[in-house]
Design a protein around this ligand. Structure first.
Ligand code: MCN
Ligand code: CUN
Length: 788
């Protein structure tokens, strides 16, 4: 579709350069660690070497003897203010600092406050903690066995490690469909614990101004407003009222979901600042970030898929154990303890489905955040896309053909899934066909056949995913009771320039550019004349923040609606200037003209000036508007990815030869930014498919706690991504746009895993859990007698 505005105006569809990049590429961004305040103190944290242990004694004498160390804060100190525990986003409880025992390796045990970062670190190194090790529970299956040590002894009536049971869909219909099925497949799938490893770790500077009794916190948070409210609710009893709290989320070096939760370090820094009246900085180091911050995934899944002989899918059944570590600190909407996992029927027209999830406590860091994923949709997509491939292979049908047969058809939208979601729009076959044409699918299958004859291992994997983003409609979506709307406030200055503020917070997605483009599209004011601000709770309107690719679906819609409110008033002002009736004016972006007399016109800039200099009597001066947008539905972006791998028989190494990604996020605001999002997302999908995993040994020691063994793909490992798109607008979003920020990470791992299994199917391989490391593949090859 041709853009509605000129490149100079830069509305939707223009790949204008990112307005934020001049400061980023010059190293002039302001990240939280760049903020330095006079008299600032520093925190460093003492962490537990044990995964489960009683704290018998904490000796701080050596630490406080170090010059510059002012205090060592322990759980007992916080207990006096009832701040040693805090609520999690899932209404569980989490320790800020422990009083009795630690529950995972690297848990915060004490905090050292000092006049310099170095003194704080020196102090932390000599705090002597006497522990008494307790039995450790690592495996969630064993955690549920009778006789397993009960971890949450703080909960009086808790007699086991089971957190919650949640189920969705019709069990009876599903069981019936399975009993009537011609073919069924069943597979255990483990989606391992992984970790967001954004370039910038987490941190904050808390500054309590004792004179004005105002707390300002600069903080790496994706959701500043929600954090402010949480602080007010948790610390109201020590005198922190919401109007006296200001959260500033400055430039953020990557969020990816890891900067949604409240970490103990933030609370300790705030407490330390309130007590001392000095600014207190806490910045995690890389290993703390990897070892102690909220994890993602860790789902132990058993999935079953049923089909008729002719390949028509009929039902899906899933049982899952969700390992939450010692507390359920998932960042999910309140109503959905397993996030949006029940979008697991994916792109297929399944008539019956039933899903059960059980949350379990173990001696691991808490969390359950969605690493670049809309609340467990990655787990859902991985499961259904692996299962679809398994079924296709089982039936001896080509996986592409099998998908084509079972896709929800374009004419079925809006489509109500068996698990209750209403998919807004889609053309799944269109995206898959485009991906197949781009990669030359038929030719690749021929090549594979020939190679197989020669004993070479080549595989082709498909993932035709649907996403579910833009949380969310207030009917179903809240976090701690806060409804998940979002906001935009626009002010047009007299000279026709504008400022727009949002309740979201960019972490690298380019909001300063794309939000300006939305306003440019609607108002015809050039994007370069529009300043976009986010992340300061004293100035921005209330919103729930940026995660789950909700900014475009929710705040982007608010921007369009607020713009249209501006235009309503602008039309009246233009009518006044043109001495015509408002309904006699025609509008095109940036210009009102009189119907039938196009030379009688006023620009949006003329109108803005008049709003302050020549507004009609009886009309208020000024030109501004705000919208709090409550989306009527989620948006369902989708895509089809095809991956070709070659496997080295000697080493087991998987080489991604080609990867074609066709995405559909509805109408596109900035094609270049969308492509960038997909590129980054694909690399973050490659990572868990082949490299990333955090595991624990039997006594709870973390494996993968540093970049030496937690493997992040670099440019060397990253293949050349071939991207493209189709456009299926969202029918309910004011701009027809859907989110895109996570699609690629959600869709990519299954394409890669499917390709590897496809390469090995003839050897009897049915499934491999990610990450598919060379060791894993090599072991299989040796077992099958393919390699020595
Ligand atoms: N966009 C567009 N047209 C569309 C949809 C989106 O031009 N139809 C643009 C948007 O205007 C925005 C970007 O693409 O500039 C992403 O938009 P959206 O899909 O709405 O997602 P959010 O802005 O809400 O970003 C969140 C998403 C998430 S949840 C993770 S995790 C992730 C991601 O974005 N984290 C990121 N991409 C990231 N990119 C960077 N650089 N850093 C992160 O931390
Ligand atoms: Cu799901 S990670 Mo992103 O939602 O911030």
């Amino acid at each position: 579709m041709a853009p509605k505005t000129s490149p100079e105006v830069g509305g939707m569809g223009h790949s204008i350069r990112r307005k934020e990049d001049p400061r980023f590429i010059r190293g002039k961004g302001t990240y939280v660690d760049d903020v330095v305040l006079p008299g600032m103190l520093y925190l460093d944290i003492v962490r537990s070497p044990f995964a489960h242990a009683k704290i018998k004694k904490i000796d701080i004498a050596k630490a406080t003897a170090i010059p510059g160390v002012l205090a060592v804060i322990t759980g007992k100190d916080l207990e006096k203010y009832n701040l040693h525990w805090m609520p999690t986003l899932m209404s569980d409880t989490q320790m800020v600092l422990p009083v009795e025992k630690v529950m995972y390796q690297a848990q915060e045990v004490a905090a050292v406050l000092a006049t310099s970062r170095y003194a704080a670190a020196d102090g932390a190194a000599v705090v002597e903690v006497e522990y008494e090790p307790l039995p450790v529970v690592v495996d969630p299956k064993k955690a549920l066995e009778p006789g397993a040590p009960v971890l949450r002894t703080d909960k009086k009536d808790k007699k086991d490690n089971h957190i919650w049971h949640w189920e969705w869909g019709s069990k009876a219909d599903t069981d019936r469909a399975f009993s009537e099925a011609d073919v069924t497949v069943k597979q255990d799938i483990y989606i391992p614990r992984i970790h967001v490893a954004s370039i910038e770790t987490c941190g904050c500077i808390a500054h309590f101004d004792k004179v004005n009794e105002k707390l300002t916190v600069w903080m790496t948070t994706q959701a500043p407003h929600a954090i402010r409210t949480v602080f007010a609710l948790v610390a109201g009893h020590v005198g922190l009222a919401e109007h006296k709290i200001r959260i500033i989320s400055p430039d953020i070096g990557g969020g990816f979901g890891g900067k949604v939760p409240v970490y103990p370090g933030y609370v300790i820094a705030v407490a330390a600042s309130v007590l001392t009246g000095k600014p207190v900085k806490w910045i995690e180091d890389r290993m703390e970030n990897l070892q102690a911050d909220s994890f993602a995934r860790d789902y132990h899944i058993t999935a079953e898929l049923a089909a008729k002989k002719d390949g028509t899918l009929t039902a899906l059944r899933i049982k899952t154990l969700a390992d939450h570590g010692y507390t359920d600190a998932a960042a999910n909407p309140s109503k959905f303890p397993a996030g949006l996992f029940h979008v697991c029927t994916g792109s297929y027209d399944l008539k019956a489905a039933h899903v059960e999830v059980d949350g379990v406590y173990t001696n691991k860091p808490p969390g359950g955040i969605a690493y670049r994923c809309s609340f467990r949709v990655t787990e859902a997509v991985h499961t259904i896309e692996r299962m679809a491939d398994l079924m296709a292979h089982q039936l001896g049908v080509d996986p592409a053909e099998f998908r084509m047969k079972n896709f929800i058809k374009p004419e079925q939208f809006p489509y109500k899934s068996a698990l209750g979601w209403e998919y807004d729009s889609g053309n799944y076959a269109g995206a898959l066909r485009k991906a197949m044409d781009t990669i030359g699918y038929a030719e690749l299958r021929r090549e594979q056949e020939e190679k197989r004859k020669r004993g070479e291992l080549m595989g082709i994997g498909i993932s035709s995913f649907t996403e579910i983003v833009g949380a969310g409609p207030s009917k179903h979506f809240d976090i701690l009771g806060l409804k998940m709307f979002d906001s935009c406030e626009i002010r047009i200055h007299p000279t026709g320039k504008a400022i727009a503020r949002f309740g979201t917070k960019s972490q690298g997605q380019g909001h300063e550019t794309t939000y300006a483009q939305i306003l440019a599209e609607e108002l015809g004011i050039p994007a370069k004349d529009i300043q976009v601000e986010e992340g300061d709770t004293d100035t921005a309107p209330y919103g729930l923040g940026t995660y789950a690719s909700r900014s475009t679906p929710v705040a982007g819609a608010a921007a369009a609606i607020a713009s249209r409110k501006i235009l309503d008033k602008a039309r009246k002002l233009a009518a006044h200037l043109l001495e015509a009736a408002p309904e006699d004016l025609v509008y095109e972006p940036g210009k009102f003209s009189v119907k039938g007399a196009p030379d009688r016109s006023k620009t949006i800039q003329d109108v803005a000036f008049a709003a302050y200099t020549n507004h009609p009597q009886g009309m208020e001066a000024g030109l501004e508007a705000v919208s709090y947008y409550d989306p009527p539905n989620l948006t369902y972006p989708f895509g089809s990815y095809i991956c070709v791998v070659d496997i080295d028989k000697g080493t087991g190494e998987v080489k991604v030869r080609r990867f074609v990604a066709i995405d559909d996020c509805g109408n596109i605001i900035n094609p270049m930014i969308v492509q960038g999002q997909v590129h980054g997302g694909l690399t973050m999908g490659l990572a868990p498919a082949l490299y990333e995993e955090i595991s624990y040994d039997e006594i709870g020691n973390i494996q993968g706690g540093s970049f030496i063994d937690y493997l992040l793909p670099t440019a060397v490992e990253t293949p050349k991504w071939e991207t493209g798109h189709t456009v299926t607008p969202s029918p309910h979003h004011p701009l027809g746009a859907k989110g895109v920020g996570e699609s690629a990470t959600v869709g990519a791992p299954a394409a890669i895993a499917n390709a590897v299994v496809d390469a090995l199917w003839h050897l009897g391989v049915r499934h491999l859990d990610i990450p598919i490391t060379p060791q894993k593949v090599w072991r299989v090859l040796r077992e099958k007698g393919v390699t020595e």
